[in-house]
Design a protein around this ligand. Structure first.
Ligand code: FES
Length: 107
């Protein structure tokens, strides 16, 4: 199982064993990661799963899609070059060791 580390803005972090085939959002919820709400259930309609990826290129992850970016803008989130919506990232074995920072404070 790939291990994914979720960091918070206060410097704390939790590393979880994630199920391949699920989304990062789903696995964050399953492990009770603070700040990931997943209000829309993963349909890219809420931005309550905003994260920042560390070294996404190293894990073969692409950049933000137009739909993700539009949703983050709509919700007034601060977008960085490594911003993504966790519900739009499927976990694969290749993501073992990935570090993500939870962007939102859960509002
Ligand atoms: S859960 Fe709503 S956009 Fe990701």
């Amino acid at each position: 199982m790939p291990q994914i580390c979720f960091e918070q803005n206060d410097g704390s972090s939790v590393t979880v064993e994630a199920n391949a085939g699920q989304t990062l959002m789903h696995e964050a919820l399953r492990h009770g990661i603070v700040g990931i709400i997943g209000e829309c259930g993963g349909s890219c309609m809420c931005a309550t799963c905003h994260i920042h990826l560390k070294d996404p290129e190293k894990f073969g992850l692409g950049g933000i899609s137009e739909m993700e970016e539009a949703m983050l803008e709509l919700e007034g989130e601060d977008i960085t070059p490594h911003s993504r919506l966790a519900c739009q990232i499927e976990i694969t074995p290749q993501l073992d060791g990935l570090i993500v920072t939870v962007a939102s404070t859960g509002d």
